[in-house]
Design a protein around this ligand. Structure first.
Ligand SMILES: [Zn+2]
Ligand SMILES: [Zn+2]
Length: 124
């Protein structure tokens, strides 16, 4: 399988018997249906995301990508809890693609995100 963003070869990476594909160039990560959700709950799974967040930010700008599995044009998604995380999802096979550093970010909903959520709530 090739990377949907930079077309480099992707390698299989396994964590806790969940296998994902990581790009050998831009280090974006492809998750099959629900794998990202599964790994979000597994402690230490962010270690599969070895990429540089700065590189990820650059690749984040490429947002018209086709699913590496079924070639469908993927939808641009935004994480509800962490709106700065943009990722791409396939509406046909339900795979998702995170740029380098995004999965780490997704997994560690930090105190900053927590406050942003509070601030967004209107006053009673
Ligand atoms: Zn890539
Ligand atoms: Zn697909």
């Amino acid at each position: 399988m090739n990377c949907p963003k930079c077309d480099a070869v992707m390698e299989a990476v396994e964590y806790n018997s969940v296998e994902v594909d990581r790009c050998t160039n831009c280090q974006g990560i492809w998750f099959d249906m629900l794998e990202a959700e599964q790994l979000k709950d597994i402690k230490g799974a962010e270690s599969i995301d070895i990429g540089d967040q700065k590189v990820g930010k650059e690749y984040n700008k490429i947002d018209k990508v086709n699913c590496p599995k079924c070639k469908t044009l993927m939808s641009k998604m935004v994480d509800n809890d962490q709106p700065h995380i943009w990722y791409e999802a396939c509406g046909v096979c339900y795979g998702v693609f995170f740029d380098a550093g995004e999965f780490r970010d997704y997994k560690e909903e930090n105190i900053f995100d927590f406050f942003k959520k509070i601030i967004k709530k209107p006053r009673q």
